[in-house]
Design a binder for this molecule. Structure first.
Ligand code: PLP
Length: 418
């Protein structure tokens, strides 16, 4: 973590998963009389007590609307809300907290960039490059914008192993490319992309860059300054924080040049009946009452992962992924999608002769929660000619025993469909 000086210190010892699990009350519950094995953290991570307590403490002790009250509670809530902005700045190693815009999540962050920057900076015939790995949240907003403005959206293909085809990327990058919007980690396959090189090449070609960090942020340190991306988005709920809160990072000079995308309270400098003028970023982009308690509790989540150490979390998850890959490969009829070595925490697969939805439903009866479907990444599914996969995703609280429980349950599925 680059902003380490600003963050709680982690020690060198391996992650103490038993102790970590005690922080997550939901992990103690059973489903269908079986211990819960939660392998769906890529969709949304469970919350530690520290985050749950932080959110309820807001309502019990210091709740009021922010940025608009002279009274004690409003000032206290505003201070804590802005403390999270500073915390997100350190988490991403942005230059200034003014570069951090609160949004509902990654989806809203991408839409903000499309609606504000895209609408004003792009013109007919300009090209946007995305990739086959993108989540729909980083595809559909560009399609909507392309339709409105006559832009062209092009997809960079992936190799059979799931990694971005960098030769194709170089070929697709031209002087017409004005934006490269690509994920740092695929939610469907777990592939970690060579995002530094992608950003560098885009800038060499004169294009702006937007990185979708929704999956990446919980598996390793992010440094937007080193990465030099123009925009970066993530969702709080995937990094053990509440739903309804996330952040958009944008380089100061870009945010400064962008018009508001939504109008309303608290984003204005002055309003008359005839016209409005607007605040500076980030407040220009935060119309209306924000997710106050959720934003405050996001700080607890970021403190939590920093306290454990993102490197140690990544190491633990890599161990789980290696073990799960090995165990699953030993089952007959398993196809794993996304086999490139640069991957993290996600195992996407199918069992021959079994529909993913049936697999998901059967293992659920053993208490094992996996995601089945297209994972909001239909282009990736189309690349492999499949409608869906089963996705097991691992987080800091998962154990080798839980991988065994998944494999034992899958062995039953195999027997069922044999
Ligand atoms: N991008 C990626 C890679 C994702 O995995 C997700 C959610 O699964 C999103 C974007 C959208 O995030 P949210 O639904 O929190 O806005």
């Amino acid at each position: 973590m680059n902003a380490a000086a600003a963050l709680p210190a982690a020690t060198d010892a391996a992650l103490d998963v038993a102790r970590v699990r005690d922080d997550f009350p939901i992990l103690a519950r059973e489903v269908y009389g079986k211990p819960l094995v939660y392998l769906d953290s890529a969709a949304s991570a469970q919350k530690p007590r520290q985050v749950i307590d932080a959110e309820s403490a807001v309502y019990e002790e210091e709740y009021a609307n922010v940025h608009r009250g002279v009274h004690y509670l409003s000032q206290a809530a505003t201070d804590r809300f802005e403390a999270t902005r500073r915390r997100v700045r350190a988490f991403l190693n942005a230059r200034s907290e003014d570069e951090i815009v609160f949004v509902r999540g990654g989806t809203e962050g991408v839409n903000l960039v499309a609606r504000s920057w895209g609408r004003t900076a792009l013109k007919e015939g300009d090209e946007i490059l995305i990739s086959t790995l993108e989540h729909h949240a980083n595809i559909v907003p560009w399609h909507l914008l392309a339709e409105e403005k006559g832009l062209v959206v092009k997809g960079v293909p992936i190799h059979e192993d799931g990694q971005i085809d960098m030769d194709a990327y170089r070929d697709l990058l031209t002087e017409r490319t004005k934006l490269v919007a690509i994920t740092q980690m695929s939610n469907a396959l777990g592939i970690v992309t060579p995002i530094e090189e992608i950003v560098r090449l885009a800038h060499d070609a004169g294009a702006r860059t937007m990185v979708d960090g929704c999956q990446a942020v919980s598996h390793g340190a992010v440094d937007v300054r080193a990465l030099d991306c123009d925009f970066y988005v993530f969702s709080g709920h995937k990094v053990y924080g509440p739903t309804g809160i996330g952040a958009l990072y944008g380089k100061a000079e870009l945010l400064e040049s962008m018009p508001p995308w939504q109008g309303g309270g608290e984003m204005i400098a002055r309003v008359s009946l005839e016209r409005s003028t607007f605040k500076k970023p980030p407040h220009r982009f935060e119309a209306g009452t924000p997710a106050i308690a959720q934003a405050i509790a996001l700080k607890a989540a970021l403190d939590y992962v920093a306290g454990l150490g993102l490197d140690r979390i990544a190491e633990h998850e890599a161990m789980l992924l290696d073990y799960a890959t090995e165990r699953l490969s030993s089952l007959d009829g398993v196809t794993i999608y996304g086999t490139h070595p640069n991957k993290a925490s996600i195992l996407s697969f199918n069992l021959e002769g079994a529909h993913p939805h049936d697999v998901g439903t059967i293992v659920d009866r053993d208490g094992v929660a996996v995601r089945v479907g297209h994972h909001c990444a239909q282009p990736a599914m189309q690349r492999y000619g499949i409608p869906a996969t089963v996705r097991a995703s691992f987080a800091l609280y998962n154990t080798l025993d839980e991988v065994d429980a998944l494999v034992a349950s899958l062995a039953k599925v195999r027997e069922f469909f044999a």
